[in-house]
Design a protein around this ligand. Sequence first.
Ligand SMILES: [Zn+2]
Length: 219
Amino acid sequence: MSHKVQLDYISSLIPEEPSPASPGAPTSAEYRYISQPEVEKELGWTKQDADKLFEFAKTMPRIREQSTYGRQKMWTCQSVSHAKEKGNGRGFTSNEPDPKCPKCGSSEVRPAMKHIIGLGSFSISANKRGVQDGVVNPKAKDIASAPEPVLNIAEKLTRLNEDKPINYLSFIFYENENDHINWHQHNEDRCRDATVYIVSMGETRTFGIRRACEQQDAL
Ligand SMILES: [Zn+2]
């Protein structure tokens, strides 16, 4: 099932039809949608490769984590006595194992869960985080020791990336039509010449892009 989209997002959505292959390096295009047959032609990325990657992705542990804000865990008050007033939201943060609602004192609270399942990630510089090339995620595994389907896609994407090595692969799982990820940009990519590749498998999902760095461009 495909995700319904809000009207104001439509202008920035990836088109339904794949973009034609450009003869040289893309000039004005900021994104390109490549369908399976085109990927097959351009990269030798076959349906069998895609199926293997999908099978591998399905073996990764699906753990929905509690949402966090900064380093604090997020909770939601469930109490019926929590006053429904403006500015009296039910969400709060706490790292205690059994917190009480700071607004109404109720212990009827539940963890606020993420709307996305991160299956795992692989990095060329695992266990670090920063703004340098390839330094991306403290929990990532080392890409060099990744299973074959992961190395395979990394190698194909590296070729598509004009041989600049893919530094990070993250597997994201949307369990249902409510799962989503909001507009975001990784620190590592902020206003840098960094191409982001999205490989989409399984059900169709809406994907949007928008320009983030005009201010920096003007400086
Ligand atoms: Zn409360």
